[in-house]
Design a protein around this ligand. Structure first.
Ligand SMILES: [Zn+2]
Ligand SMILES: [Zn+2]
Length: 152
């Protein structure tokens, strides 16, 4: 890995129909505990790593995209359903689910986001920074396209 030109991350979905390659360091690797990520990956949290969009290539197939809100899209394999990406429309980065990497151990989480929705029994014993979903005007104007949750 001494030569940056050799740096390459590869990954894809569980059935192999969609494969990607990133020729750049992955950045902003983080847990996202936000409710939208929980629903998108069908689990207690998402773990995602940012790939610069111009360094991310789809080498086999393409993810199908779901506009989970007015701000972002989530990509998944249309054949097997593996969650693969999250990306804000206006971003230079596409986040990849780290479980879809061929070698998830190549990245290390740097922080926790969306901790306001973290499931109370989940205890991750690390000293990483913990942040809430930002009180950003963009979020206040966001239109969620995920199916509405039942009101209890
Ligand atoms: Zn697949
Ligand atoms: Zn999230």
């Amino acid at each position: 890995m001494n030569n940056p030109l050799d740096l390459k991350f590869t990954g894809g979905c569980q059935c192999g129909a969609v494969r990607y390659e990133v020729r750049a360091p992955l950045e902003m690797v983080h847990y996202c505990h936000c409710r939208m990520c929980q629903r998108a990956v069908g689990n207690a949290f998402a773990l995602i790593a940012g790939a610069p969009r111009d360094k991310l290539s789809w080498v086999r197939g393409m993810p199908r995209l779901f506009n989970s809100s007015s701000l972002a899209t989530r990509g998944f394999c249309n054949e097997c359903g593996t969650p693969l990406t999250f990306g804000y429309h206006e971003s230079m980065f596409t986040y990849l689910t780290i479980g879809s990497l061929d070698h998830p151990e190549m990245v290390t989480p740097e922080r926790h986001y969306g901790i306001e929705s973290a499931i109370p029994w989940l205890h991750i014993d690390d000293d990483l920074p913990r942040e809430t979903t930002p009180d950003d005007p963009r979020y206040l104007a966001m239109v969620v396209h995920q199916h509405a949750l039942p009101v209890s």
